[in-house]
Design a protein around this ligand. Structure first.
Ligand code: GLU
Length: 504
């Protein structure tokens, strides 16, 4: 039998930065498409012009590029179902609205915003539905001829779905199984707006049909809209080729109480956007995972765990491993609590295990921002290897390794002073001489010489190592002190010792 080609879509509305939940939706779509030899489509759902935000679309493309989740078809990649921006598909939707009207499954409505406001004040929890529609200004109450006349006269109108009363609508969700809704709970959603643009509800169904989408993965917040979509699928296409639905679990606040929002991130001190997002109106910048120093591999790995687990306890996965191991059936129904400490753990694991050559350029850029040019430094890779275990974020390399490239500006003399004496002073003067005369400056040789000299002077190497570290690094941190000396070289080591001796 011919297997239907897998085609999935991510369908964001370009209304701002991409929240981590959005990127996780992309990821699940992408993994499912790739493991089934299918295509991943990016469709921009920009029919609500009032919510359009400058720069949001470009941000989405940039985020997907950073994460390595490239679409097969999109507004910039092109494809056989172009255009991929709904605003550019505007003329296409009207005929579907007309088809629904002709069948009595939708109707024209002429109520003005003010009239609807009056109703909202009159009726608590007002809904445009079976109970109220016959007291409102629409083709059902005015009659077809009068409605036609109003339209000819240029009176603005919308098209609403005519929901049946008290009907069960059931859909099979790949994660949740059978989910049923009663139409009496729903309202007659607007399908076509006064400006001729479809609303999301009509456009999503028409485009999923025209673009031959086989599986629709989206956030759980869309589940309440699903019965309207299923009814539209039934009315317009007899359910023929309706995608299989999968509503992904919410990402919750760290305490599990409700959906994670940008405000929670601001309050608790962590990013919720993939990359920095500057609000074009307020100019307020929301920090992103990329800028805070996450590797895209770690970001993706952390996201997949928000709602999915492989089952074996293994936590670190490359994209290729995820493509083969991910199963939508193993996605949990319940919301996934966001844990920033765990997110950081993923990043530090990736920093440790990934070859440093893969992120050396990014780190060099971060050094450049701090005014240190390491781009052509022959020791860069060696240095990154030495300190990577101490870094949670890429930005930590600057703090952890600047002293390799530049003498420390501040030196914690106070940590040496209390136990300083002439004996130690003489030891370091002698150390300078030994270093000057040494033919090799390997860490192991230096360590041996250092320890022999300490023994000869009846000093404990432990008591000398801390001052030596502070001379080279400025504080009580960094990798093995002899590795540091060997990398910064003879002259620099001597100069840093002398500088501190002079200050003591
Ligand atoms: N345009 C919707 C959004 O902004 C997409 C929902 C769907 O995937 O059906 O998230």
């Amino acid at each position: 039998m011919d297997k239907k080609k897998v085609r999935v879509r991510f369908a964001p509305s370009p209304t701002g930065g991409l929240h981590l939940g959005g990127v996780r939706t992309v990821l699940f779509n992408y993994l499912f498409a790739k493991q089934n030899g299918g295509d991943f489509i990016l469709r921009i759902e920009d029919t609500d012009q009032t919510r359009f935000v400058e720069g949001a679309e470009a941000y989405i493309f940039e985020t997907l590029k950073w994460c390595g989740l490239q679409p097969n078809e999109s507004a910039i990649h092109g494809g056989p179902f172009a255009p991929y921006r709904q605003s550019e598909r505007k003329p296409l939707y009207k005929k579907y609205a007309d088809q629904l009207i002709a069948a009595g499954q939708a109707y024209y409505a002429f109520d003005t915003a003010e009239e609807l406001d009056v109703k909202r004040k009159e009726i608590p929890n007002f809904q445009y539905n079976h109970a109220t529609r016959m007291s409102l200004r629409n083709a059902l109450t005015l009659g077809d001829a009068a409605a036609k006349q109003l339209i000819e006269d240029g009176v603005p109108y919308v098209v609403r779905i005519n929901l049946p009363y008290n009907k069960e609508v059931t859909l099979t969700d790949m994660i949740r199984g059978e989910v049923s809704f009663n139409t009496s709970q729903l309202d007659d959603k607007v399908l076509l707006k006064a400006d001729g643009m479809p609303t999301y509800h009509l456009a999503v169904v028409v485009d999923d049909y025209l673009m031959k989408i086989s599986h629709a993965f989206r956030g759980e917040e869309w589940l309440p809209s699903a019965p309207v979509h299923v009814l539209l699928w039934q009315y317009l296409f007899g359910l023929h080729n309706m995608p299989q639905w999968a509503h992904l679990p919410l990402i919750l606040k760290p305490d599990g109480n409700g959906k994670l929002s940008k405000r929670d991130g601001d309050r608790l001190g962590f990013p919720t956007f993939a990359m920095d997002w500057t609000d074009p109106k307020t100019k307020e910048v929301a920090t992103g995972f990329r800028e805070i120093g996450f590797l895209p591999e770690a970001f993706v790995n952390m996201l997949v765990a928000l709602g999915w687990s492989e089952g074996s306890g293994k936590e670190i996965f490359t994209m290729d491993q995820l493509i083969s191991k991910f199963h939508i059936e193993r996605v949990h129904k319940g919301g996934a609590k966001f844990d920033y400490e765990k997110a950081k753990w993923y990043n530090s694991e990736w920093i440790k295990t990934m070859p440093v050559t893969r992120y050396q350029l990014q780190v060099a850029d971060l050094f450049a921002k701090a005014g240190i040019d390491v781009r052509n430094d022959e020791n860069l890779v060696k240095v990154l290897e030495l300190v990577k275990d101490r870094c949670t974020f890429l930005n930590d390399f600057v703090q952890q390794a600047s002293f390799f490239f530049k003498a420390p500006e501040t030196i914690d003399i106070a940590a040496i002073q209390p136990k300083w004496d002439d004996k130690k002073n003489l030891f370091f003067i002698e150390l300078i001489k030994t270093i000057e005369l040494s033919s090799s400056f390997e860490a192991a040789n230096l360590e041996l010489a250092f320890k022999e000299m300490a023994a000869a002077n009846q000093l404990k190497p432990g008591e000398l190592m801390l001052p030596f570290r502070i001379m080279l690094v400025g504080g009580k941190f960094g990798p093995h002190v002899f590795d540091i000396a060997s990398i910064i070289g003879k002259e620099e080591t001597i100069s840093r010792i002398k500088k501190v001796l002079a200050a003591l």
